[in-house]
Design a protein around this ligand. Sequence first.
Ligand SMILES: [Zn+2]
Ligand SMILES: [Zn+2]
Length: 139
Amino acid sequence: MCRATSTLPPVLAARALEMAPSGTASDLDPHLVCVLGEHAGPGHWAHACEIEGVRDREVWARWTDERAPYTVLVRPDCPGESPDGAEGCAMFEGHPGPCTWELDDPEGDALQKLFALGRDTGSVLGLILALHELDPPAP
Ligand SMILES: [Zn+2]
Ligand SMILES: [Zn+2]
């Protein structure tokens, strides 16, 4: 895995929490770790925080080797699953490189738990929040 690290600046942390309206500060981890496999491009992606009650999308942070974290955004989860359906992908839809379950890394175990958690928290409330997410208030 890439495993590049960075720190989410306070202004982006606040923005990430706005995107997860039911989120609290404890949902957010400012210590960013790139979840991608080894990648040639400069762009890193890390999970920033959960959107409580929403199981199919999460808040992600982006940065590069030259540039500190510059944006947070909501991305749908990657629908990728292992051929036997036992393992899912903890990355976002359209991510570069292999899925989580294709990476041989102990860190993947933690991501798998995250995925399993996300799969169990779906609810009508989540759907409502997801719809709200599609039409966010003007900044
Ligand atoms: Zn990376
Ligand atoms: Zn994937």
